[in-house]
Design a protein around this ligand. Sequence first.
Ligand code: 5GP
Ligand code: ZN
Length: 115
Amino acid sequence: MNDANCLFCRILRGEISSHKVYEDEHVYAFEDIDPKAPTHVLVIPKKHFAGLNHARAEDAELIGRCHLVAADIARKRDIEKGYRTVLNVGPESGQSVFHLHVHLIGGRKLSWPPG
Ligand code: 5GP
Ligand code: ZN
């Protein structure tokens, strides 16, 4: 369930501090340490898996929950006129932490396509 060396599992265990935004039985959300927008929250499953490319059919609900938590945070922060949920998958996408996470980015105008 948990990976000893994974940065986000360490955050989940409280070994590394984080600014909590939301938590329930399955999902944890916290402020990104290097925000790319006024809202930049990371939403992670409490179950460790490396990324979308490691997800299995039984993870579908958990991945959906992460997105719904992101949508809820966006609603509460009143950024619903434009935000983005992003999963970077693999090193060439910019993924640097290999525990699946949804970036919630918003609060400013977002350009398209992303780089
Ligand atoms: P990735 O590049 O893997 O899609 O996203 C990883 C994100 O984790 C980055 O946006 C990065 O700023 C964030 N991050 C890395 N280390 C920490 C940390 O120790 N605490 C928090 N809150 N965010 C982190
Ligand atoms: Zn992990």
